[in-house]
Design a protein around this ligand. Sequence first.
Ligand code: BES
Ligand code: MN
Ligand code: MN
Length: 459
Amino acid sequence: MKQHHLDFDVLRQWTIGVREAYQRTLEQYVNIPSVSMEPERKGDVLRQAQAAVATLTEFGANQVELVPTKGNPVVFARFETDPSAPTVTIYNHLDVQPANEPEWTSEPFRFRHVDDRYFGRGATDDKGPALAALFGARKGLDDGARINVQILWELEEEIGSPNFAEALTTLGDRLRPGTVVVSDTIWIARGRPAVPAGLRGLQTYTFTLEVGATDQHSGTTGGAARNPVAELAEVAAACVDAKTGRCKVPGFYHDVVKPTKQELRDFAGSGFSVAQFMKDHGFKSIRTKDKLEVMKRIWALPTFELHGLVGGYAGPGVKTVIPPRAELKVSTRLVPDQRPEAIARLVAKHVKRVNKDVKVTAQHALRPYRGVTSGPHADAVKRAMAFAFGRAPVFVREGGSIGAVVTMQERLKAPVMFLGLSLPEHGYHAPNENFDWEQASGGMIAFAAYLHELAAMEK
Ligand code: BES
Ligand code: MN
Ligand code: MN
């Protein structure tokens, strides 16, 4: 089965040698607050892009470009080995989520290294994995893998990749077709590698209601004045059953494809544990403790979620005002074969029926992705991960979304594979986000091995 002649111990030794350089680069990146969601961070996002260009140049890329878009640029690099060899594209993102959660125990944008752990926003999502992939790819090339490598580093993933397709269009023929590998997903747990057999799509919305101009005293107007917070709460309750999470929008589940028997078997054998899930995420209680049901809900079923209700008084105590307007922040996670546009229409129609004055604005529309779980590329990922981490990955779906994936699948006319390195305990989007050396060094070896697997495959 083994298609390359890499020596694990030699590679292990090599990772120790590059550890300092890896940490230094990750520190530089984590210290740049490249928050794509915050307009005032635009300059920092650009600084992150420029730092990436410098890294890739230093790593010996033959071609490095900042591809402009009407939003943030995309970083593109090409490591040319042999024009007649196949090309693999490695995708990561270097933009991050905001980090204003009060529970951070140290500065989120100041890299902190405690034993084998690296703390800071973006450490695991997705700067740490991006750099592990780069170090590993460079090593794979240095050890003679006959393959060309393209790097695509996005800076708008966390806002739904609105301009990624535009960047690929701008690149045109400079972007060679061929297989893609994405390192932006999570395992079941430490020691339990997983590869997504699918990603959920996403459609986000704001529901807004305006009934006045300014705050008014509830003693003088209450009873007669409309209350937009109360009305939006009613709309929310008409959209989702809070106890079960079931969406009440008519037709919402119509296009949902049930997981296959094989998928359910994979879920069952994945090593997922409800207790571990609760521990990793700090939950005191959850909607169901049935293991299969939890896995179905986070991987294979759509959601209707409320993220915030903004409006009225939010300071200490109770200030008795009637707010003039309120906004509900909503998302629907989508699974195959749900279509974002169709779901957005159903949601808007339902909300109008419940309250005709509420305005529904749809934002990000990301299609769900159905992954590749068999064939030579899937086997290559399995072997590379088993070689690097001592255990073959399980194929399960992932609940998150990556906007660029469907776009790359269409444009590069090739399967998109996943070689994720993050763990649930690393805390995606959470306070005290971290990454660790075990995942980083294993990831480097996995990427080096994957390049050799691909090169051997295409012979
Ligand atoms: N890396 C995640 C996607 C992910 C999450 C994969 C969980 C596997 C498991 C990515 O950076 C992300 O957070 N995506 C956002 C996109 C959204 C903001 C448009 C998401 O899923 O919410
Ligand atoms: Mn990510
Ligand atoms: Mn993310």
